[in-house]
Write a protein of this length. Structure first.
Length: 243
């Protein structure tokens, strides 16, 4: 009897594992052609008086790094109150357009990360370039992905990395302490980064109701509902304030 119960328990465990695997697989994003999709256009604005941007001190490798005045990008607010470098995404979409074929690139130019935020598809290859011709060291900070801590000397113009779990990952350089950037590891292609006016756009969205989220490194996250009409346009405005 004990063996029968043990066998039954093991069989139940295997069945549960298979069910969990099947459920996880069913939640995977499915990319393809979108018929009569709509567009979400919007703004991310700062509510209040924005603080002055910090001027960053360049105290090393000045020949390569001291190129113009460097300011912190943790909260960049334009003249009209729009917030640059906010990440906007849909949180509840499982089927839609395919990911772009172009690979994601993070460059190091004048001892700055360009672009400041890179959207990279999960499990896809990220190319990290060193255009400065000096030693850099890529160091990532994350909760869901294994951290990266790699030296990139001047002769190593490119290195490759992959990240398997969607999240925001901070990137720094252990050689140049003022350098900072972000990776937005995306499970689907409906991610956008706001421009200097705080504007964003998500195109080819299948008609339906969605939750849309904004992330900003200083101000946190905010969500709201949006309805996308077939072949039409939906408008969204986020207003974020200092906590």
């Amino acid at each position: 009897m004990r063996n029968l119960f043990g066998t039954a328990a093991r069989a139940a465990g295997v069945a549960a594992a298979v069910a969990l695997t099947s459920a996880s697989a069913s939640l995977a994003y499915e990319g393809g052609a979108v018929s009569d999709g709509g567009t979400i256009k919007g703004m991310v604005k700062f509510n209040g008086t924005p603080p002055e941007r910090q001027v960053l001190e360049v105290n090393k490798d000045k020949k390569a790094c001291d190129v113009g005045v460097k300011k912190a990008n943790d909260l960049v607010v334009g003249a009209g109150g729009g917030i640059e470098f906010a990440v906007v995404s849909l949180t509840n979409i499982s089927k839609g357009k395919a990911f772009p074929e172009d690979s994601a690139i993070l460059d190091q130019v004048g001892c700055e990360y360009l672009p400041y935020i890179v959207i990279v598809q999960k499990d896809a290859e990220l190319t990290i370039k060193n255009s400065d011709g000096i030693l850099h060291n890529i160091h990532t900070y994350s909760e869901k992905n294994k951290p990266v801590n790699r030296a990139q000397p001047k002769f190593k113009k490119k290195i490759k990395e992959k990240f398997g779990e969607p999240e925001m990952i901070k990137v720094t350089c252990d050689v140049h302490g003022w350098m900072k950037g972000w990776l937005a590891v995306a499970e689907h292609p409906y991610y956008a980064i706001t421009d200097e006016s705080g504007a964003f756009e998500l195109g080819d969205v299948p008609a339906g109701e969605y939750e849309i989220k904004v992330w900003q490194e200083t101000l946190g996250e905010s969500t709201q509902k949006v309805t996308v009409p077939a072949g039409g346009e939906a408008s969204v405005t986020f207003e974020l304030a200092a906590k």
